[in-house]
Design a protein around this ligand. Structure first.
Ligand code: ASP
Ligand code: MG
Length: 467
């Protein structure tokens, strides 16, 4: 069996956990899983810490504080290495490597500090150190437990991307490079340990794949080497029918299709990196989301699903902190012209649109966005009237929550939408906006913030999700 296994955030949070991960990998090996590629995230919240501190350092401009920060980060990694790696020789090699990487990071941070400027490119370079420091530690833990492991950066593993810093895309031909770099290692009986989240441009400049990008690293590699399965290890049950913090009886979803999982990750369920499904789907490679706290559990299987387990609606998600903007176009313009202008001004300001709906009789368009982007969006829409009146009127409301019901069997099953909205009606919840993608994998709607949890529970109950 050829397996790609990714260990995320909490799973490699500290040295003790990294050691436990190494034991788990050894057990997999003993059970006869012959070829394994391991992908790791950064240790304890290091990506967040790097993001925050890079920004702070570029503003403050105090070199002394850079040194303090760097020292602290070095200690964190050295402690993790000492806890994870028993073998003295291996430990000293890994510590040497940590020291080198930290030295490079310090130089870059001092540069940023002195210039007082943080570009997208230098931010990617800085935040990449999280994963680039974690991989040597995990590889060291595997070596210390008697396995032949080698660590690689994302770029070293062949993840060659474009220059879209912070959200880089894989380039054409990268798959062949990945295969050429990874296969000889597997053929030689080695376990490659790859830094997740990171890539490299053709010129060798470091990029990142977007937050949570280690999932994506794992599926890119899985597709490139034609893995039998991809296992994403987390410290959660798997993919859930709803957020268990909100819905008491939320349950693990045992099977979910690629399209449904994609829909879920786009619609607020932060279980997977949004682009992570695509490479696996293209090659029809099953993905398992597995729980590190219950390794025997099958977790959630993303892939082909047995007919008998199919359900009309599988999960309900909500995106909190959303705002709705209602726009009425001037009478002289066609609605499509107004829509085109709205979307282009919003795109130019980098506003991300979550939902769109257009009334057919009234000349209005409603869009839902993240509330953090509301000021920017309103400014952009106001600016549209500069060259003559396009917008007659617009209003916005931040007191709303966008929700999505996801399930592939909603396509062609009459009455699903009826069931959703009558469940809401019974609870006396009024629906502000509705939209259904033509894929019919997702019915999304907007309710008042104070109604959101009650709405989620009502829908979860009526479809017996997670039973
Ligand atoms: N460390 C990165 C992040 O926190 C990538 C990942 O965890 O998958 O976003
Ligand atoms: Mg992380």
């Amino acid at each position: 069996m050829r397996l790609v296994m990714k260990f995320g955030g909490g799973a490699v949070a500290d040295g003790g956990k990294i050691k436990a991960v190494a034991d788990l990998i050894r057990r997999c090996k003993e059970e006869g899983k012959k070829e394994m590629v391991v992908v790791t995230s950064a240790i304890f919240k290091v990506t967040d810490i790097l993001h925050e501190n890079a920004a702070r350092i570029s503003k403050e401009g105090e070199v002394e504080k850079v040194k303090e920060f760097v020292e602290d980060l070095k200690n964190k990694h050295e402690i993790a290495a000492s806890e994870a790696i028993a073998n003295k020789h291996v430990l000293s090699m890994v510590k040497k490597e940590i020291k080198e990487r930290i030295g490079e990071m310090e130089k870059a941070l001092i540069g940023i500090c002195l210039l007082g400027e943080l570009t997208a490119r230098s931010l990617d370079y800085i935040v990449s150190f999280g994963e680039r420091l974690a991989a040597p530690i995990l590889a060291g833990a595997l070596q210390s437990a008697g396995m032949d492991a080698v660590h690689l950066t994302g770029g070293g593993a062949g993840i060659i991307t474009n220059e879209d810093y912070g959200n880089a895309q894989l380039t054409r031909g990268a798959e062949a490079t990945i295969r050429a770099r990874i296969m000889p290692l597997l053929d030689g009986g080695k376990i490659p340990v790859v830094s997740g989240y990171t890539g490299e441009t053709k010129k060798g400049i470091i990029t990142t794949l977007g937050r949570g990008g280690s999932d994506y690293t794992a599926t890119i590699i899985g597709a490139a080497i034609d893995a039998d399965e991809i296992w994403l290890w987390k410290e959660t049950e798997g993919i859930m029918s709803a957020d268990p913090k909100i819905i008491r009886n939320a349950r693990k979803i045992p099977y979910i299709s690629y399209a449904e999982a994609m829909e879920l990750s786009y619609f607020g369920a932060s279980v997977l990196h949004p682009r992570a499904i695509e490479p696996a789907m293209r090659k029809r490679i099953p993905i398992r989301v597995k729980n590190l706290l219950k390794p025997e559990d099958k977790g959630t299987l993303i892939g082909e699903e047995p007919e008998k387990t199919k359900k009309a609606a599988k999960a309900i998600t909500l995106i909190e902190n959303t705002s709705i903007i209602n726009i009425a176009g001037a009478g002289v313009r066609s609605i499509s012209d107004v829509a085109a202008r709205i979307f282009s001004v919003l795109a130019a300001k980098g506003v991300d649109i979550i939902m769109i709906s257009q009334g057919s009789s009234e000349r209005t368009i409603s869009i839902v966005i993240d509330s953090a982007q509301l000021d920017r969006a309103v400014g952009a829409i106001q600016s549209m009237n500069a060259g003559g009146t396009v917008i007659r009127d617009f209003t916005s409301n931040s007191n709303v929550c966008a929700m999505g019901v996801v399930g592939a069997e909603m396509a062609g099953t009459p009455g699903v939408a009826g069931k959703v909205f009558s469940a809401l009606g019974k609870e006396g919840i009024s629906v502000i906006m509705i939209s259904q993608g033509s894929s019919e994998f997702n019915i999304s709607f907007v309710v008042k913030k104070e109604d959101a949890y009650k709405a989620a529970q009502a829908i979860h109950d009526v479809f017996e999700m997670g039973v």
